[in-house]
Every structure is written in structure tokens, then in C-alpha cells.
Design a binder for this molecule. Structure first.
Ligand code: ADP
Ligand code: MG
Length: 463
């Protein structure tokens, strides 16, 4: 435990939090408070077979997301019921349609995603890899997680476990992410153009982003950090739809913002539209963001859908499907009625998910039942999907979080694999798995990740 306290001081990977306190203003003139990011004291056991399976399917998921983003009809059909009841998805979809009608100016496409999994404990106790979701916009913690293996290696050494420490895998997603951004920048083809990180109004995770940014500076690629508000005020397109910020041409826009309704007011929507209409490489473009919605995830599990999206790739389809948990549509009609009744009868077997990102939005157990009972006869239910609840085997760990007492908890983990791909026109020029992220939280929190203040950064110890 002493080791944990020292590491708390020494872990320089950190969260930044804007403070509203006047007192803080005096101490920190830029109004920022820096905390270390939450982490576990010990690495967590991860079955090596499932870890390898998650890596092996990542290139398939990259291809799938990219295929969905180019399939106008599929996105239209799949999201038709959702856009009627979910304003946020509807607004994204309107921009998507407008940009397609104008004709895409963008010809280089960059995808950075993170496919998240839990290890479901079956009836016989054998764990299985089950996908929670795939994040196609602002997939974070690739930077901070590059540091956790060193932290956990040191803890193990302090505990006299040097042999175990040497078995922890090196992991550097920020480098892989930066290589993708650098490739897209290169293909854009203007030496003087910059990469723009589109960042939050209140920057809570700047150090994670800086890891990726520094990798780009090391490759002599200039990076600027801007908010939607800056784009609204200072962004412009020329006749060829080249994007300029403050007179600087932008080759790549890397979104670390823009995935939840509260990121947008009218001006920010206008800024988003400007960016999407531009020739700059957007990571992701709006179609790829839509490909990451929960509704799309649910439709992918219908028999025949993967085959239709990935023709001639039967093995990829098998690998992808093996990671799917049960997913169910709540669309209006007989199928949706049956699903709603099934969930109301046995709510602990399911998770009810709205079209939201960022953690803390899903419904479980009694709350799921109450909400679903209230909306079962209303079209509002189509803004949700239903998913089988994944039940991992809990383990014991210590969670370290700023301003919280050190706690021993029964924990469950979620493994994420980062995917990076670059497409030029029709040709895939890069398709990689770029590293992993393990997040661990106490079992009493059904929902939420690191940013939501629930989970801690962890390192897999393969068993
Ligand atoms: P978000 O986009 O908000 O991150 P997720 O689908 O990742 O939405 O769900 C948030 C969290 O809820 C996950 O990190 C996980 O802890 C939990 N969760 C989501 N789906 C399931 C599921 N099917 N079974 C068990 N837990 C789940
Ligand atoms: Mg998630």
C-alpha cells in the first residue's frame, strides 16, 4: 500500500480539471488544476486467448466501420427510426446528407477507433470475449495508457515480483494513432498544412491528447489545438474547399470533442458543418461517427448484415460475429413489442442503451424496467437498443483516485483495442491494431469509464 501512495505522487500522467474557485485562481493563474489519472494498484489478469482474439479481430472491425461509413443506404435504413426520435443523431445525419449532396471534397479518410470488450463468464465458467461497443470518435486514453505498464511494473518489483513485472507487455497506442494521423497528413499533400486537434471547451484530458500531439511534433508535423467556437470565429473554406484556421491550411481535423449533445450550440453545429464540407481529412468524418452509434451496432447483429457489408470476407465476418453479445431492436412493431416484454420480465439480464457516448447513460435492473414500462407503447423506445448484460468474474484490486481514500474493491475490467486505418479514394493504405487499454472499476458501478470518474487505468497481466 505504501508503494501505491508513492506512485500517487510520482505518476505524472494526469487529468486537468478547470477550477471555478477564486482561491485556486491565485495559485494557478491559468485556472487549471492537475490531478493524476485514476489507476489500479495492481495489474489485472486477462486470459491471453481472449486478448489475442481481440487483437486478431481489430483489422476486421476497421474494415467494417469503413465499409459502413461508405454505405449511404445502410446508414439511412438503419438510422431511419432513430432520427425520428433522437435529435442529436438527427442533426448529425442532416449534416451527413448535406455533405453527400454537395459532393465529398475529402478524398483521404482516417479512422481511429477503439473496440471495447468484457470477458463474459458463461454457465460453465469459461470466459468469452464480448464486445461492449466500438468508439469511432474521440476514443481516448491511448496516451495515458502508454504509461501504465511502467507504473505496474514498478509496483510488482516493489512487491518482490520482478519476474512477473518483466512479463507485462509494452504498449504505446499514442504512437500508432500518431502514425495514422501522420499518414493522412502526408497523403493530403501539403507540407505547410497543420493538424488541428478539435478539443473540449473545458479540457479535462489534455495530457492524454498531448502524448499523441508530441508524437506528431517529433515527426515535424505542426499541431494546433482549437475549439468549435474558434472554428466558428476563424475558420473558412477557399474555392477548392481547403480549410483555413487563422490563415493556416488544415490537413487533418482530429476530433476529441463533438460526440455528445452538450458539445453543441447553434454556432458549434455551424462550425461542424464547415469542417465536414471541407477537403481536410476528418477523423472521423460524420459518416464514420454515425457508424459508431448504438443503433448501428444493434443492426449489425442481424443475420446476413455483416455478410452484406463485407462481401467475400467470410472469415472476417466469423471473427467479428464471435464477439457479439445479444443485441435487440426496440423499433415499433411486433419484434420490438416482444423484446420490450422480455426485458421488463427479466431486467437483470439486459442493458438498455440510448444513442449516447461518454458513460453514465445506460439503464440497468429496476430502473431499466421502470423506464421501459413507461415508454413501451411510445415511439420514444426506438431511441434505445437493448443488449444482453455481460457478466464478468470479479477480481480484487485497489483503486487509486485523487481525493478519494485508497480502496480495496471487487472489480471488473474492460479491454479496449485501438484501431487505425487510412483510405485514399477506394484504396486502404493502412489498417492496423495500434495498442490496447485496460480499464478496471468496482462492481457496484454498472456504468462509466475513466473519464466518468468510475474506472481506473490498468495493465493486463496475461494468464
Ligand atoms: P458509452 O458510449 O457511454 O461508453 P457503453 O456501451 O460503452 O457506452 O457502456 C458504458 C459502460 O456500461 C461500459 O463501459 C460498461 O461498463 C457498461 N456496459 C455497457 N454495456 C454492457 C453490457 N452489455 N453488459 C455489462 N455492462 C455493460
Ligand atoms: Mg463505452
Amino acid at each position: 500500500m505504501a508503494a501505491g501512495c508513492e506512485l500517487r505522487r510520482e505518476t505524472c500522467s494526469a487529468f486537468a480539471r478547470k477550477s471555478i474557485s477564486v482561491q485556486h485562481n491565485k495559485i494557478y493563474p491559468n485556472k487549471s488544476v492537475v490531478n493524476y489519472a485514476p489507476f489500479t494498484l495492481l495489474p489485472s489478469a486477462v486470459p491471453s486467448v481472449l486478448f489475442e482474439q481481440a487483437y486478431a479481430v481489430q483489422q476486421d472491425f476497421n474494415l467494417l466501420v469503413d465499409a459502413i461509413s461508405q454505405n449511404k443506404e445502410f446508414l439511412e435504413d438503419t438510422l431511419a427510426s432513430t432520427v425520428k426520435v433522437d435529435d442529436f443523431t438527427a442533426q448529425l445525419f442532416r449534416i451527413h446528407v448535406q455533405v453527400l449532396e454537395e459532393g465529398l471534397a475529402q478524398s483521404v479518410f482516417l479512422g481511429i477507433n477503439r473496440s471495447d470488450y468484457m470477458f463474459d463468464c458463461g454457465v460453465d465458467g469459461t470466459p468469452a470475449l464480448k464486445q461492449i461497443e466500438i468508439n469511432t470518435i474521440a476514443a481516448s486514453f491511448g496516451g495515458l495508457t502508454s504509461r501504465t505498464a511502467a507504473v505496474h511494473g514498478q509496483v510488482l518489483k516493489m512487491l518482490g515480483k520482478s519476474k512477473e513485472a518483466s512479463r507485462l507487455l509494452p504498449n504505446n497506442p499514442s504512437k500508432g494513432l500518431a502514425l495514422g494521423i501522420a499518414k493522412a497528413w502526408e497523403l493530403y499533400g501539403s507540407q505547410s498544412a497543420v493538424v488541428m486537434f478539435l478539443v473540449e471547451e473545458v479540457q479535462r484530458n489534455i495530457f492524454d491528447q498531448r502524448c499523441v500531439e508530441n508524437e506528431l511534433w517529433n515527426r515535424n508535423i505542426r499541431v494546433i489545438r482549437k475549439r468549435f467556437r474558434d472554428v466558428f470565429e476563424k475558420g473558412s473554406l477557399d474555392d477548392a474547399k481547403r480549410l483555413y484556421m487563422d490563415g493556416q491550411e488544415v490537413a487533418v481535423v482530429y476530433y476529441r470533442e463533438g460526440y455528445v449533445p452538450k458539445n453543441y450550440d447553434q454556432q458549434n453545429w455551424e462550425a461542424r458543418l464547415l469542417l465536414e464540407r471541407s477537403r481536410a481529412v476528418k477523423c472521423p468524418d460524420i459518416a464514420t461517427q454515425l457508424a459508431g452509434t448504438k443503433k448501428v451496432q444493434q443492426e449489425l447483429s442481424r443475420p446476413g448484415t455483416l455478410e452484406r457489408l463485407l462481401p467475400g470476407r467470410a472469415e472476417a465476418v466469423t471473427r467479428i460475429r464471435a464477439t457479439f453479445a445479444g443485441l435487440y431492436s426496440l423499433d415499433v412493431g411486433e419484434e420490438g413489442d416482444k423484446i420490450a416484454a422480455m426485458a421488463i420480465a427479466d431486467p437483470d439480464q439486459f442493458v438498455l442503451k440510448p444513442q449516447r457516448e461518454g458513460g453514465g447513460n445506460n439503464l440497468y435492473g429496476e430502473e431499466l424496467r421502470q423506464v421501459l414500462e413507461k415508454i413501451r407503447d411510445s415511439p420514444e423506445r426506438t431511441s434505445y437498443i437493448l443488449m444482453d448484460k455481460i457478466k464478468p468474474q470479479p477480481t480484487i484490486n485497489y483503486l487509486l483516485r485523487a481525493h478519494s481514500p485508497l480502496q480495496v474493491s471487487e472489480c471488473i475490467s474492460e479491454l479496449g483495442i485501438f484501431g487505425v486505418y487510412v483510405r485514399q479514394g477506394k484504396e486502404m493504405v493502412m489498417n492496423k491494431a495500434a495498442g490496447h487499454l485496460l480499464r478496471t472499476k468496482a462492481i457496484e458501478h454498472a456504468d462509466g469509464g475513466v473519464a466518468a470518474g468510475v474506472a481506473g487505468l490498468d495493465t493486463p497481466y496475461l494468464v
